[in-house]
Design a protein around this ligand. Sequence first.
Ligand SMILES: [Zn+2]
Length: 492
Amino acid sequence: MKKILLLLGGSVLLHTAVLAQTQPHYNRCGMQAYHNEMMAQDPSYAAKLAAQRNSLQAAADYYMQLERSGETERTTAVSAVPIIFHILVDSAQFNLLGGTAGIIQRCDSQIAVLNRDYNRQNPDSTKIPSSWKSLYGNVGIHFGLARIDPSGNCSPGYEVKIISGSTTTDGGFSSINQVKSASTGLAAWDVSKYYNVWCTNFLGGLNGLLGITQPKSDGATSTKMGVVILFNTLGCTAQDGVVPPGTGGTAGWPFPYNLGRTLTHETGHFFEIWHPWGDDGGACPWTPSTGGDDGLSDTPPEADNVYGNPTYTVPGGTITDACMDSSTVNMQPIGIACLSYMDYTDDDAMYMFTTMQAAAMASMVLVPATGVTGATQIGTVGENYNLTQNPSLLVACTSTSTGVAPSPTELNSSLSVYPNPTNGAVNVSINSQAEILNNITVFNLLGQQVAAVKGVPGLDYYTLSLSGVSKGIYFVKFDFASGSVTRKIVLQ
Ligand SMILES: [Zn+2]
């Protein structure tokens, strides 16, 4: 709803809204509350936000213009965006994720969800009502697991750090930075090459939050840019995205947020698009001084977010809300965009980006324009272009030969073995992005091998079972790609 937003200018975002009104157990997204917190801290923040949204339609128009003329300027070098999942959980949460095998399935299925949703291939697009079908947008951005880390070493596309409890306990959004800190969480990988996604638990005032994003327009520093999602929304209960209606699928997901759409939604923010209702606490775009909008022309005016799985009441469309009528004309002839990934509905009640949402995001990975006929370059175009220029980071990797080997001291300090003494099992945690564990071997005091695990597949966390082994003192040898570390453990 671009026209009305432009009439009202920057004042539309000065309204201080609170978190969404009728709260279910979960809060779909923290962006609205985060922006309100930022505006309270920084008087210039509202104007910056408004300027970004006012530029979005121009960015989308620019992309559409290039696409129509065949000059999309997306060069042949465009490749999938490498994602690194930084998983920061305690032992119980690690188990809830399904352990290492579960994490691998979740990462793989999450990538599949993103690729379907961002390329008009989601199987539930059959639910799109007739009046919305022509607005079903194709973003055209692909995603893949990062297979090479910033040091040039192999990566499974995720890293795991086992912590006690949560790092986000003070309730403020600044506490999210703890997740992105090397000392209290896991540090970002080079944000100019990787899309950083942290998966963790939110506690305190952020309890129940599903996700929050710091995009480039937010002024996020090089160590903060990316998305944080509730750890167990990672992935989809079905690899093909088709889950029987009304079921939560596998235990471990916070139903109804079990189809990987939390990251689909937050990735929309990462590529600079916003909630269709404009984060204005329920006002309509034309409401003086308080009304807001997402800045895009094909999302109807909308009062507020929609939770749940609404029953559609508009023939061929969705539902209407308080902004249906601006006294002389029905402003929602096909309903509101509650079916968009950018609303707050259940994972199985959102199944499209609109054409303009898709075009605005696609413009973020365009190569910066250089004299395209009839097109006007705008400031934000191409801000994520670099993320699509690193195909070598996506190539499956099984060797550390290309990387810099850690020193023996670094190896030793990266390894945690606990509990010790133990009653039968020890957890092995490797807090290093650069190291790959190959084998674990257990010896008794006579140097005889009593247990061995071969081919531990380069994971960051492993539980070694010593059931059946007699009580006593043992040495556990960890063979890494670049050296070995031996630890003494007591089995009691
Ligand atoms: Zn959001």
